[in-house]
Design a protein around this ligand. Structure first.
Ligand code: NAP
Ligand code: MG
Length: 403
């Protein structure tokens, strides 16, 4: 059979440890035999980041801007232990942070649902995608401890030197704490656009929530910007597609999410997204079944798994011991990127292939063949635990029959 041709290369960002091992297996077993795989390759493995003074990360993000679609392997974010382990020149920043800053994107995380693994919330039969605004609020705050008798004010000096002041609190009879946070109209608007674009992409409703009844200026500004952009640029497109933008208060949203059956995107402010993404991921069962895509407001996409480099399994692998690491999220990062590339290039055979590969993966698990993490969660009677590579071979056995 002739290999599927690609018109435009994917930006390929290789990574670290066990996910780097899986990366190569996925390419060798499931992609290269079927696709004339064109990629522009960037090695974001920690050694190479260190050799290039992290320039490779910046280059890979620039290439993503140029080509529009990237697929990324999990990478180590260095800490003190990694400084010695890899003999690093510097404690390089998180590649995801660097890439996100260059692409100005929003991260959307979606669970992959399979029969046999029941979410802790059993009514969640469809995935809930969480979009987290990744700028500002409490993550870029200025805070102080203050002593009894302090008068604390919010002071703003505009560009003409005019001052505005508002009392925060007079600390009478007690010490206390204060905090200054901010966000920008520009960042909120980027977030809103990424969310609306992704909703159109996924043909799903989008929910957004804040606490605008209490925070009448700060949170209300989020609500207003979302509404303005929606009305001006997206309302007609949403109506034509039959999807909805739904705004409500954050506490009401939480209650509705729990009662829902899923199947929508939930856009969250920074802190809400931090908390809710962990809750949602846990409720669906496994971090190894969670995909993640960074979408920029001008429509650039970077796909990856939500989990890290699975270090503990890698050390076993290095010792020559058998591993049973779940490759599904990494595999879906590839299929997500291939589908998007195929859509943009109008190569439906590439889209179809990626869809079949996803189906073959889910079929494998639903027929009882799975890695150790899922084996512990699955309620299938005929379940069988397989090794890292064996799982991919099993997926290929099913893929072959679909093609
Ligand atoms: P992790 O790699 O996500 O792994 C934590 C644990 O979760 C593993 O030890 C394993 O549990 C389980 N797990 C995660 N993914 C799995 C998979 N695919 N299959 C089976 N089990 C899986 O997180 P970490 O150990 O905290 O971080 C390791 C490195 O990854 C760090 O250097 C961190 O900087 C980096 N990281 C990168 C990204 C990214 O690039 N997006 C994200 C997070 C972390 P058991 O050991 O119990 O089997
Ligand atoms: Mg968190």
């Amino acid at each position: 059979m002739a290999k599927i041709q690609m018109k435009t290369p994917l930006v390929e960002m290789d990574g670290d440890e066990m996910t780097r091992v899986i990366w190569k297996m996925i390419k060798d077993i499931l992609l290269i035999p079927y696709i004339d795989l064109k990629t522009e390759y960037y090695d974001l493995g920690l050694e190479h980041r260190n050799e290039t003074n992290d320039k490779v990360t910046v280059d890979s993000a620039e290439a993503t801007k140029k080509y529009g679609v990237a697929v990324k392997c999990a990478t180590i974010t260095p800490n003190a232990a990694r400084m010695t382990e890899y003999d690093l020149k510097e404690m390089w920043k998180s590649p995801n942070g660097t890439i996100r800053a260059i692409l100005d994107g929003t991260v959307f995380r979606t669970p992959i649902i399979v029969k046999g693994i029941t979410p802790y919330i059993p009514t969640w039969t469809k995935p809930i995608t969480i979009a987290r605004h990744a700028y500002g609020d409490v993550y870029k705050n200025t805070e102080m401890q203050v002593t009894e008798g302090s008068k604390c004010e919010l002071v703003v000096t505009d560009k003409d030197g005019n001052e505005r002041r508002e009392l925060i609190h007079n600390f009478n009879g007690t010490d206390g704490i204060i905090q200054g946070i901010h966000n920008t109209d520009k960042s909120i608007a980027s977030f809103a656009k990424s969310c609306f674009n992704y909703a159109l992409d996924m043909k799903q409703d989008i929910w957004f929530a804040s606490k605008d009844t209490i925070s009448k200026k700060y949170d209300h500004r989020f609500k207003d910007i979302f509404n303005e952009i929606y009305d001006a640029e997206y309302k007609e497109k949403f109506e034509a597609m039959g999807i909805e933008y739904f705004y409500t208060l954050i506490d009401d949203a939480v209650a509705r999410v729990i009662r829902s059956s899923g199947g929508y995107i939930w856009a969250c402010k920074n802190y809400d997204g931090d908390v809710m993404s962990d809750m949602v991921a846990t409720a669906y069962g496994s971090l190894a079944m969670m995909t993640s895509v960074l979408v920029s407001p001008d429509g650039v996409y970077e796909y990856e798994a939500a989990h890290g480099t699975v270090q503990r399994h890698y050390y076993k692998h290095l010792k020559g011991e058998a591993t049973s690491t779940n490759s599904v999220a990494t595999l879906f990062a590839w299929t997500g990127a291939l589908k998007k590339r195929g859509e943009l290039d109008e190569t439906p055979e590439l889209v179809e292939f990626a869809e079949k590969l996803e189906k073959a993966t889910i079929k494998t698990i639903e027929e009882g063949v799975m890695t150790g993490d899922l084996y512990l969660l699955s309620n299938l009677e005929n379940k069988k635990k397989v090794g890292t590579e064996e799982f991919l071979v099993e997926v290929n056995n099913r893929l072959v029959q679909m093609i």
